[in-house]
Design a protein around this ligand. Structure first.
Ligand code: FAD
Length: 470
């Protein structure tokens, strides 16, 4: 354990917010300790979030391609099957290599790592019940709370991680369910639904709201929902789950239209509850030192990530803003820069969002609905991947690029991409937004041929003028 030497910075939580803040603090010459209760670093993202889900999305996509696409490319074989334990083992290997990698980075940067549950005693002292059963006090001039988030449960539904699972259980099922019901059509539900759908489950997504992924541009969302429906994912929108019965073999869900009306029964082998995430501050002792939170339990901070208690900061999923790993990392770096007496800056309007289904949907900046509601005069430029040579060459041409730009100045306001690798393509748009580029700036930038990125260039041409290939 760390002993009682005073640190410049103590970070509670070793997720993408916390571990990045700890490394950055050490790099800036601050004596730093990071406290993590899980036993491994990387937080939700690395252990039960971004990384294992992307591992399974990739593996299941390979299986799906082998079944449905290889023959079109002239690759034939007599049979293909899923070896679920092997698929899970590859996912677990990816996770454990990466978590150990962060421990290595801690050593390299001389971040002191304490494994245990941290609890605030004062604005400069954290009591830690260590994993090996001891207790130690860690002192610091500055404390950063990076305790992240947890699954939001729904009233009357008990998650047992076997038949009624959270995303964590859905990442570790030991059998492919025949029928999977996903409650909540956010990106986590759609990603996990895709994984199991590709492996053979019949997937029904039940959503209270009228739309899937509420933050998405409406036009792109429509095409996205069609793409998922083509993959046999079923949607029951504007539908409320009234109760869940696990008395029999499977699970029986009682459903009702969101606005009230006749009830129906839906049967499932496994139910995934993915109705959102809530900030995690349980047992942390926020009350004890008087840290202010909002109604949702998120810690309130100013632009410098400082809470109302001097010396106590918070970053990542536990504060307001997009609940995303890369946002938590940006928070972490900026927060530590402020502590070190430098300047930091995170613009939440420029945080890209990606849904890692197939096709992927990636976006940055404003949706058309948001631009309209701001009353800005705007232009839209679109380009379908059906007209992109690379997408046609690889026979994977579903999707489009959509750019919104201010009419008067041509300044880009938002970019939305649906395509196989949209999550990689979006960063050109993020950079463009960050530098205040116009659509003409992108259109006049030479893009390599043949690439999917050319669709962005063509959409930019379509925004202020005309595309060539449409
Ligand atoms: P966390 O990652 O939650 O880390 C907080 C850590 O603090 C945890 O390890 C916890 O054990 C520890 N902790 C809590 N309290 C204490 C305490 N008192 N003492 C000691 N330790 C404590 N985001 C993306 O950007 N891209 C994705 O593709 C993506 N996919 C996801 C898929 C799933 C299934 C899920 C669930 C989430 C996904 N996310 C994704 C969201 C992402 O995981 C979070 O936004 C991110 O992990 C937040 O980072 P954080 O550091 O704030 O918190």
């Amino acid at each position: 354990a760390s002993g009682s030497d005073e640190n410049d910075v103590v970070v509670i939580g070793g997720g993408p917010g916390g571990y990045v803040a700890a490394i950055k603090a050490a790099q800036l010459g601050l004596k730093t300790t990071c406290i993590e209760k899980r036993g491994t670093l990387g937080g939700t993202c690395l252990n039960v979030g971004c990384i294992p889900s992307k591992a399974l999305l990739h593996s299941s996509h390979m299986f799906h391609e082998a079944q449905h696409s290889f023959a079109n490319h002239g690759v034939k074989f007599s049979s293909v099957e899923v070896d679920l334990p092997a698929m899970m083992a590859q996912k677990d290997k990816a996770v454990s290599n990466l978590t150990r990698g962060i421990e290595g980075l801690f050593k390299k940067n001389k971040v002191n790592y304490v494994k245990g549950y941290g609890k605030l005693l004062s604005p400069s002292e954290v009591s830690v019940d260590t994993i090996d059963g001891d207790n130690t006090i860690v002192k610091g001039k500055n404390i950063i709370i990076a305790t992240g988030s947890d699954v939001k449960s729904l009233p009357g539904i008990t998650i047992d991680e076997k038949r009624i699972v959270s995303s964590t259980g859905a990442l570790a099922l030991t059998e492919i369910p025949k029928k999977l019901v996903v409650i909540g059509a956010g990106y986590i539900g759609l990603e996990m639904g895709s994984v199991w759908g590709r492996l053979g489950s019949e997937v029904t997504v039940v959503e209270f709201a009228a739309d899937i992924v509420p933050t998405m541009d409406g036009e792109v969302r429509k095409q996205f929902q069609c793409a998922l429906e083509k993959q046999k994912m079923k949607f029951m929108l504007k539908t409320k789950v009234v109760s869940v019965d696990t008395a029999g073999d499977g699970v029986k869900l009682t459903l009702e239209p969101a606005s009230g009306g006749d009830q129906t029964i839906l049967e499932a082998d496994v139910v995934l509850v993915s109705a959102g995430r809530v900030p995690f501050t349980s047992g942390l002792g926020l009350d004890k030192i008087g840290v202010e939170t909002d109604k949702a339990g998120r810690i309130l901070v100013n632009k410098r990530f400082a809470s109302n208690v001097p010396g106590v900061y918070a970053i990542g999923d536990v504060i307001p803003g997009p609940m995303l790993a890369h946002k938590a990392e940006e928070d972490g770096v900026a927060c530590v820069e402020f502590i070190a007496g430098k300047e930091g800056h995170v613009d939440y309007d420029m945080v890209p969002g990606v849904v890692y289904t197939h096709p992927e949907v990636a976006s940055v900046g404003k949706t058309e609905e948001q631009v309209k509601s701001l009353g800005v005069d705007y232009r839209v430029g679109k380009f379908p991947f059906l007209a992109n040579s690379r997408a046609k060459a690889i026979d994977d041409a579903e999707g489009l690029v959509k750019i919104l730009a201010e009419k008067e100045t041509d300044k880009i306001l938002g970019v939305h991409i649906m395509s196989p690798n949209a999550g990689e393509l979006i960063h050109e748009a993020v950079l463009a937004l960050q530098y205040g580029a116009s659509s003409e700036d992108i259109a006049r930038t030479c893009h390599a041929h043949p690439t999917m990125s050319e669709a962005l260039k063509e959409a930019a041409m379509a925004t202020y003028d005309k595309p060539i290939h449409m």
